[in-house]
Write a protein that binds this ligand. Structure first.
Ligand SMILES: NC(=O)c1ccc[n+]([C@@H]2O[C@H](COP(=O)([O-])OP(=O)(O)OC[C@H]3O[C@@H](n4cnc5c(N)ncnc54)[C@H](O)[C@@H]3O)[C@@H](O)[C@H]2O)c1
Length: 245
């Protein structure tokens, strides 16, 4: 039986991270070819070590800073030249720099808005023309439950709320081109990077999960797989919550 993404070409920006690895494995399992567009080659090496030989054969890496328009356009052109098309974009780049507002610097504000929102704008702007031309595409953007508000995260919450508005607007622009645009809104997803998080904060995040547990990356990956597949052809402009109410 063909996979749910058989022969599809998927780009994952910021894809060498923890959740990106799980998405890559799910996409490979379902027959996609996956291009990881991440600015950290060493993270891609770490990721490759976790993949099976069969998965590695389906995955390639293009070093790309998702906050750099020139690099994104060149990466998109390279993917089209090598694979003939771009069917799926998963925009994963994001991160936080927490501080209470009276202590938050301009840099902390700008960095978080750039990383979570500007990267999204630039990635979509570089890639949608290829999808519009073919009248086909699936775009999945990463928001976070934190958009509802956390102490010390006015920057991150504003950016992740912005991701949802961005997805809503882009879905309306893209429907006539048969391009679906959705956002995923995860709660707390376990990540070794967060191993040093104080236990008190970890517990606070877990208590926000309906099942009182931290989600695993694959829990998010399987929802993104659905949104990237043709099973979701009538789903657009949605913000799908995972591991949170
Ligand atoms: N981990 C969670 O609990 C959680 C919850 C909700 C939402 N999210 C969102 O999920 C996404 C991924 O999270 P993660 O936990 O897998 O993070 P991660 O740090 O493991 O992965 C992020 C990846 O992005 C890459 N990256 C960072 N800046 C980049 C840039 N400018 N250009 C290209 N690549 C860049 C990094 O090299 C890394 O590989 C983020 O948008 C995050 O906000 C995470």
């Amino acid at each position: 039986m063909p996979g749910r993404l058989e022969d599809k070409v998927a780009i994952i920006t910021g894809g060498a991270g923890y959740i990106g690895t799980a998405i890559t494995q799910a996409f490979c399992r379902e027959g996609a070819r996956v291009v990881i567009a991440d600015f950290d080659a060493s993270k891609f090496d770490d990721m490759s070590a976790k993949l099976s030989a069969a998965e590695r054969a389906r995955v390639s890496f293009i070093k790309t800073d998702a906050c750099d328009d020139t690099q994104l356009r060149s990466m998109a052109a390279q993917v089209v030249a090598e694979h003939g098309r771009i069917d799926v974009l998963v925009a994963m780049v994001g991160g936080s720099k927490d501080a209470l507002i009276h202590k938050m610097t301009d840099e902390q504000w700008d960095q978080v808005i750039d990383l979570n929102l500007r990267s999204l704008f630039l990635s979509c702007r570089a890639i949608v023309p290829h999808m519009m031309e073919r009248q086909y595409g699936k775009i999945v953007l990463m928001s976070s439950r934190s958009y509802l508000g956390n102490i010390g995260q006015v920057n991150y919450a504003a950016a992740k709320a912005g991701v949802i508005g961005f997805a809503n607007s882009l879905s309306r622009e893209m429907a006539r081109y048969r391009v679906n645009v959705n956002a995923v809104v995860p709660g707390f997803v376990d990540n070794p990077r967060l191993a040093n998080m104080p236990e008190k904060y970890r517990q606070m995040r877990i208590e926000l999960n309906p099942f009182q547990t931290a989600a695993e990356p694959k829990d998010v990956a399987e929802v993104i797989l659905f949104l990237a597949s043709d099973e979701a052809r009538q789903v657009t402009g949605q913000a799908i919550r995972v591991a949170c109410w």
